[in-house]
Design a protein around this ligand. Structure first.
Ligand SMILES: NC(=O)c1ccc[n+]([C@@H]2O[C@H](COP(=O)([O-])OP(=O)(O)OC[C@H]3O[C@@H](n4cnc5c(N)ncnc54)[C@H](O)[C@@H]3O)[C@@H](O)[C@H]2O)c1
Length: 372
């Protein structure tokens, strides 16, 4: 198979769909790989790294879209990229179609077979191609929160680990899933006094069993949440209700009860945010203040550490990408129901039920798509 990887063109996107290691793996499996020149620069990979891995370099995205049987990317294809997709071609990338009618229509019109990273599943009910980015955002949250807490950045002037004789920062992490667990681990590692709140008792039991010595747990009732928030120097929002907007757990009126200069890091901002006063920000201007409380609400946190994120995503996507290349999409999806769950669009039809419901478009079942 000929696999092509264009340079990402969405603003502020520095990741790349294939690492040199992924390219080498595909080449070792007998596939041809073409990377657009400069595609890896943002993640610290040069054209020479890809050439050493056995890939070819193309000058333009157009050459890649024309020649490749499968396109591997990071972000959803932009309008100009969607025009270059064609029938029979496989697209393997994040799509997030449920809120994007224009993209959905364009992908259906292209005739291509589009497999979305975010809906591929695993045996434990998880989302293996979304988890690496949650891990990155979770570990980054205390790091950016610590910066926000510094006085010159508008914060409370509190050091995460304190010093001998001075108490460490108090951190409340709301939501103890992938993001929350990684955030709590790093905040505790920085020496902070950390409590994780969640509404799932099984999750709290798991966290207590595994991390009991490192951080505390608390049931996320409204009362416990505001009580811990009042004491906190930093509050990390990490809740998720799948398929729904994030619940608002701290209202504007409650900001006056928090410590002046406290840092709110709303990782759940990509689902609307879990604080009433959250609004999405960018890496260029990540923090703003409301009622004396500092808000960090960057919707694409992994972009700040593009190299780590690219490698983490590549580790997770590589086995699926190799299966798609080795067997072709049909056989690969027939052999792996979790990969089949990633199928969102095929030959002009939408094939993912939740997107169909959200956009009111008729859906062809993935199993029927396999036979079509
Ligand atoms: N900003 C970014 O760059 C970025 C990057 C990755 C993930 N995210 C977002 O971070 C959020 C968390 O993702 P995740 O992978 O950790 O999800 P997850 O499903 O692993 O964990 C979510 C947790 O929230 C808990 N929860 C749900 N409602 C709650 C409530 N009212 N109070 C307390 N806990 C509650 C759930 O029980 C679960 O344990 C998602 O919105 C995700 O989209 C953002």
């Amino acid at each position: 198979m000929h696999i092509g990887c264009p340079k990402e063109i969405k603003p502020q996107e520095f990741r790349v769909g294939m690492t040199p290691n992924a390219a080498q793996e595909a080449v070792n499996h007998g596939h041809a790989v073409t990377i657009e020149t400069g595609a890896g620069i943002g993640a610290g990979f040069s054209d020479a790294d890809y050439i050493a891995a056995g890939a070819a370099i193309a000058d333009t995205a157009a050459e890649i879209f024309t020649a490749a049987d499968m396109i591997v990317k990071v972000k959803e294809p932009q309008a100009v990229e969607r025009k270059m997709l064609r029938e029979g071609q496989v697209l393997f990338t994040y799509l997030h179609l449920a809120a994007d009618m224009d993209q959905t229509r364009d992908l259906m019109e292209s005739g291509a077979t589009c497999i979305a990273y975010e809906t591929v599943t695993d045996d434990r009910g998880g989302l293996p191609l979304l988890a690496p980015m949650s891990e990155v955002a979770g570990r980054l949250a205390p790091q950016v929160g610590a910066w926000t807490l510094q006085k010159a950045n508008g914060g409370r002037g509190v050091l995460m680990g304190g010093v001998p004789g001075v108490s460490p920062a108090r951190v409340a992490v709301i939501g103890g899933g992938v993001v929350g667990t990684q955030a709590a681990k790093v905040a505790a590692g920085m020496g902070a006094d950390v409590t994780v709140l969640d509404r799932s008792l099984p999750r709290l039991r798991y966290l207590d069993d595994v991390f009991g010595g490192q951080f505390k747990t608390s049931y996320a009732s409204a009362g416990n949440t505001i009580e811990l928030a009042r004491e906190a120097d930093m509050i990390i929002g990490a809740v998720l209700i799948p398929g729904a907007a994030a619940p608002k757990l701290i209202s504007r009126a409650q900001l006056s009860e928090l410590n002046p200069g406290a840092a709110l890091v709303d990782v759940a901002i990509d689902q609307g945010g879990c604080f009433e006063t959250s609004r999405a920000t960018t890496h260029q201007d990540p923090v703003y203040e409301v009622d004396g409380i500092m808000h960090y609400c960057v919707a694409n946190m992994p972009g700040a550490v593009a190299r780590t994120s690219t490698i983490a995503l590549g580790n997770a996507t590589m086995p699926f990408m190799i299966a798609l290349a080795d067997k072709g999409w049909r056989q690969a999806c027939e052999d792996d129901a979790h990969l089949l769950n990633g199928l969102n669009v095929h030959a002009g039809k939408l094939t993912y039920a939740a997107v169909g419901t959200a956009l009111e478009i008729d859906v062809l079942s993935p199993s029927a798509a396999l036979k079509s």
